[in-house]
Design a protein around this ligand. Structure first.
Ligand SMILES: OC[C@H]1O[C@H](O[C@H]2O[C@H](CO)[C@@H](O)[C@H](O)[C@H]2O)[C@H](O)[C@@H](O)[C@@H]1O
Length: 613
């Protein structure tokens, strides 16, 4: 059985990623890209769906023990597990080498070494192609090299340990004394191509360490929550494909939003919304290159058809991602179905216009050079907003129930026009600014009239709805209304009252158990973590600093021991839920830390003699 979601750590080469558990087993790996077929899929099934364990010897003895310690090596994606055994201490170092133009082969490296005494190490590699379905044809090429082939894919194992085949797995047992090590490298190539070159392991480790050190050194945030912010930025970077510029929403598919439930989705794609929010974090922490690459990704993705802007695309901008279920996988802790692809790609979600234009504006403010193609896109996008902002949509939460006039969607339509106007006003673009100003006012008035309930003093989930939505917390953050507007404060208080979980986090909207609710799905789900981070930011903005900080620190405490967060938190079972690690949650960490820092700054400015609020 797979571990708890929080038992996993992420390693990756920016184009794909793997999850390694505390027991030293890699239970999730897709090759060659994050959204390719998994070759190790125990995470969503059984050991028979593929895993790769390296740890102290247990063959014939019992279950794989959890490591006594684990941590990333400094600010990197190099993961180290250590086991203290009765005879000595074993360390296993796992990493993926960021690929280069010269060598685009994905490589996952594992180094087992004895730190003290003598340890016997067992390694079991059970490759199953096509998401755990296909047993490959495995053959030894030479003493140190084994090749597993199924159809178009070939995975190569290079190791200095003796290997043998047993029960459809490749196994090694090696005894190491202090200072000795055994190395294992897994590489992927199309099966019709020549074998990969042998890797210089020490050079690869040094290059990987240097890559992360160089990248992290560009970070401009040096505040109180630096460790959590850096880990979040590294995680966002790991989800950002350097070749295409696409930023995936998470590294996994179908980790459930309720144990045993049906809310299991594939997040290995690029949502306009999630990517835009990730860029917001990266830009504010000093990273401009990722914004430049994403703008190129966006222009390619929407090329030729900006009127039909999709809400999500594949990592290279692919438009089709049909949603199918993988019947042979039982799902994480039997939470089925396991889905790949995502039907939300065909939905209309109005907020994406605001996300795109908002990001173009933010990038321009941070010094990204003017680009004429994106200016042409801008006009087309505002025309689409003008044509469609009155339409109902599926909303930020991608409901599968009937379309509605979601308030957050309309607010983001306002953001689209507002930021287009600002781009023109600030000299970054041209456009019919007077017409846009009228449109902006019309949308604002419509939302304030039809999306606001004066009796309860709160905005509502959609026009005419009695229910609330945590996305309303974004109203002050996007500048739709100032934070001290009584309607904003009323909404924050109402959301806090009606959507709080028993432990003080937030649901994104009400669900109704077995009854199908607004989202069109049965069942419930956990606290949606980014929503609680939005609450942190709102509380900081309205001057409730102590509440904001306390909530932020409680949210940070939900991260696992290596600083990673999934999408949701199960308040009853006290465990992480949903895809992992998820960009949204890590965006929340960065946003919360930055907002708290701003709040401190404001407080200290106002404390200066001669200043007042
Ligand atoms: O709740 C139903 C929907 O859940 C997923 O969407 C969620 O994840 C997206 C990626 O992080 C995010 O952009 C969205 O706001 C979330 O609601 C799923 O991808 C959808 O297919 C599903 O309808």
């Amino acid at each position: 059985m797979a571990g708890r979601i929080e038992d996993y750590a992420l390693i990756g080469d920016l184009q794909t990623a793997a999850l390694v558990g505390r027991d030293g087993a890699i239970d999730w790996l897709c090759l060659p890209r994050l959204d390719s077929e998994a070759v190790l899929a125990r995470l969503l099934g059984t050991p028979g769906n593929g895993f790769w364990r390296i740890g102290p010897s247990v063959f014939g003895v019992g279950p794989s023990p959890a490591a006594d310690r684990r941590s990333y090596r400094g600010d990197s994606l190099i993961m180290e597990h250590e086991w203290d055994t009765p005879t000595g201490t074993l360390r296993v170092t796992d990493f993926m080498l960021p690929r280069t133009d010269d060598d685009d082969t994905p490589r996952l490296v594992r180094i087992a070494e004895a730190l003290t005494g003598t340890v016997t190490v067992d390694a079991t590699l059970s490759l199953r192609f096509d998401y755990g379905k296909v047993v490959p044809w495995v053959h030894k090429i030479e003493d140190n090299r084994t090749c597993a082939v199924a159809g178009p894919d070939a995975v190569w194992l290079d190791t200095d340990a003796e290997t043998h085949g047993e029960s459809l797995t490749t196994r090694s047992r090696v005894t190491l004394t202090k200072g000795e090590r055994a190395t294992f490298t897994l590489s992927w190539r199309p099966s019709f191509k020549s074998p990969p070159a042998m890797l210089d392991i020490d050079q690869a480790l040094e290059d990987t360490e240097k890559f992360w050190a160089d990248w992290v050194s560009q970070c401009t945030y040096d505040g109180r929550y630096r460790a959590a912010v850096i880990r979040s930025l590294i995680t966002l970077k790991a989800l950002t494909n350097p070749l295409t510029g696409g930023i995936a929403a998470a590294a996994t598919t179908s980790l459930p939003e309720e144990i045993g439930g049906v809310r299991n989705w594939d997040y290995r794609h690029v949502w306009i919304r999630d990517a835009a929010k990730a860029l917001w974090s990266l830009l504010r922490a000093g990273y401009l290159d990722e914004a430049r690459a994403w703008r190129k990704w966006l222009l390619r993705a929407v090329a030729g058809d900006p009127e039909n802007l999709q809400i999500m695309y594949g990592i290279a901008g692919e438009r089709e991602m049909p949603e199918i279920t993988l019947d042979w996988l039982v799902g994480y802790e039997e939470s089925g179905p396991v889905r790949i692809g995502n039907a939300a790609a065909d939905q209309r979600q109005l907020d994406v216009y605001g996300e795109v234009i908002g990001t173009l504006h933010l990038a321009a403010q941070f010094g990204l050079e003017r680009d004429e193609t994106s200016n042409a896109l801008l006009t087309k996008l505002v025309q689409s907003v003008e044509a469609h902002w009155r339409d109902p949509d599926a909303g930020i939460w991608e409901v599968r129930g009937p379309s509605q006039h979601f308030v957050h969607s309309k607010v983001m339509a306002w953001v689209a026009v507002d930021r287009a106007i600002k781009l023109v006003e600030e000299g970054h673009a041209e456009g019919p600014i007077e017409q846009w100003r009228q449109l902006r006012d019309t949308i604002h008035q419509d939302v304030c009239t039809r999306g606001y309930d004066p009796e309860r003093n709160t905005f509502t989930q959609f026009y005419g709805s009695q229910e609330l939505d945590a996305a309303l917390l974004l109203i002050p953050q996007v500048g739709f209304l100032p934070a001290d507007d009584p309607r904003v404060i009323g909404t924050i208080e109402a959301v806090q009252k009606e959507l709080s979980t028993p432990d003080g986090f937030l649901l994104r909207y009400p669900t109704h158990g077995d009854d199908v609710g607004t989202d069109g799905l049965p069942g419930d789900e956990g606290a949606f973590l980014v929503c609680a981070f939005w609450l942190v930011m709102d509380l900081a903005m309205i001057g409730r600093h102590d509440d904001a900080r306390a909530l932020f620190e409680r949210l940070l405490s939900l991260s696992n021991d290596v600083g990673l967060l999934a999408e949701e938190w199960d308040s009853h079972l006290q465990r992480q839920l949903g895809n992992f690690p998820q960009a949204f949650s890590h965006i929340g960490i960065v946003g919360g830390a930055l907002e708290l820092e701003l709040a401190d700054l404001r407080a200290s400015l106002f404390a200066l003699p001669g200043t007042s609020r």
